[in-house]
Write a protein that binds this ligand. Structure first.
Ligand code: GLA
Length: 397
């Protein structure tokens, strides 16, 4: 049993005085490449990481749902029948972290109704106690991990029989409507579909996913996460603004989504739009192409060959999409100078983490170089650690 499992069990016992019926968990994710492409109907290539949110679960003999977390031991409890009135209209009545699991319960019940599943199943009351080792605010999708663990647990306990894509969609709906963050589907799909030593190559329009072997270990590589500790939130500010710029760009060239443009269309697009909108569009269009190139290159020549694509992705986010920050740029540049095969910021941007693909033997040197560069720049000490492609949401006990 992991420490997170034990914490979730102990928290459940404190809450209810009983043992849980079962334990479910779901991972955070790192996005290898394909940033801000998901909500443009494009391509992404993330993988699930070996940091997980665990939920200890037990049925109740009433029709209420109660959630508690090691981050906030004050339980939040609502009647299942009240969820439809709470979300999205009165979401502010619920403390923010609890909107994730309660939002998933709300979205899952709606998905079950849509799928024609016997609605009475989703009327069983339930207690959920969460613990997580996914770093929060680092751009590693701690929110998708909580959504995925909740969705997997409720799907089983309520006997809904919904498939993994539907569970991911419920997680995204919770995030969009119950929390109010206008994010895409990437994180939830990665957390649901992850497999050990594999990335999830996802078409965000069709939601078709290919599980692609990464082969990092066999190539002697490690994936280093450099958490800058600059926190970000996607329910506010820059993320929403970038999304709006993409929608504006698509409308100007009259396509349903930026996915429908290719690199060859860029000169025409440039003539039609202002410079800022064009650079946002150029990032997304070239990034879609880089995802396709990365998957093809990885399959043909192995993981070492994707380094230049990671580097180009970072440059595009820094210069065209303008979502990097000095700490992310420093982490990326330093890792590369210290010998990384490739490096880029990962996730929504404006803070969070960068990743670097590094020879196993060089991990201590790259880590030391990044820490030293941050100290010299007067930045807070970064948290540098390795992650490994791991299994998606599952029942653990
Ligand atoms: C966040 C969102 C994702 C995606 C990325 C950027 O992680 O949750 O849906 O848009 O940002 O690629």
């Amino acid at each position: 049993m992991t420490r997170t499992d034990a914490e979730a069990r102990a928290l459940f016992a404190r809450l209810t005085g009983q043992e849980p019926t079962g334990l479910w968990s779901a991972p955070g994710r790192v996005n290898l490449i394909g940033e801000h492409t998901d909500y443009n109907d494009g391509f992404v290539f993330p993988f699930a990481i070996d940091f997980r949110t665990v939920v200890a679960v037990g049925a109740r003999d009433d029709v209420r749902i109660r959630v508690v977390s090691t981050f906030d031991e004050v339980p939040v409890e609502v009647a299942l029948a009240d969820l439809d009135a709470l979300f999205p209209a009165r979401r502010d009545d619920i403390v923010e972290w609890a909107r994730y699991p309660l939002g998933v319960a709300w979205a899952l019940r709606a998905a079950a109704r849509d799928a024609g599943v016997d609605a009475s199943a989703s009327l069983t009351g339930i207690d959920l106690a969460f613990s997580s080792d996914v770093p929060v605010g680092a751009g590693l999708s701690s929110s998708a991990a909580i959504e995925g663990a909740t969705a997997a647990a409720l799907n089983d306990i309520w006997g809904l029989g919904l498939d993994r894509v539907t569970l991911a969609q419920a997680g995204r709906r919770a995030e969009n409507e119950a929390v109010g963050a206008p994010t895409g589907i990437m994180d939830q799909m990665a957390s649901m579909l992850g497999e050990s030593d594999a990335g999830i190559f996802l078409d965000c329009r069709s939601l078709e996913a290919d599980v692609v072997e990464l082969g990092f270990a066999a190539a002697g590589l490690e994936l280093l996460v450099m958490d800058t500790r600059v926190t970000h939130a996607h329910s506010t500010g820059g993320y929403r603004e970038r999304r709006e710029a993409c929608e504006r760009g698509a409308a100007i060239v009259d396509v349903p989504a930026l996915r429908d443009l290719s690199v060859d269309d860029l000169p025409r697009a440039q003539e039609l739009m202002d410079d800022v909108t064009f650079r946002r569009v150029r990032h997304v269009v070239t990034e879609d192409q880089r995802v396709l190139d990365a998957v093809r290159t990885l399959r043909a020549d192995g993981p070492r060959a994707i380094g230049p694509l990671l580097d180009a992705s970072h440059a595009s986010m820094r210069d065209d999409f303008e979502i990097s920050v000095p700490e992310l740029d420093l982490a990326v540049d330093t890792a590369r100078s210290a010998g990384a095969v490739g490096a880029r910021m990962t996730g929504g941007g404006f803070g969070g983490a960068a990743i670097a693909l590094v020879d196993r033997d060089l991990v201590p040197d790259v880590t030391a170089a990044v820490e030293a560069a941050f100290a010299e720049a007067g930045f807070a000490k970064p948290h540098v650690f390795t992650v490994h492609p791991s299994a998606g949401a599952r029942r653990d006990a």
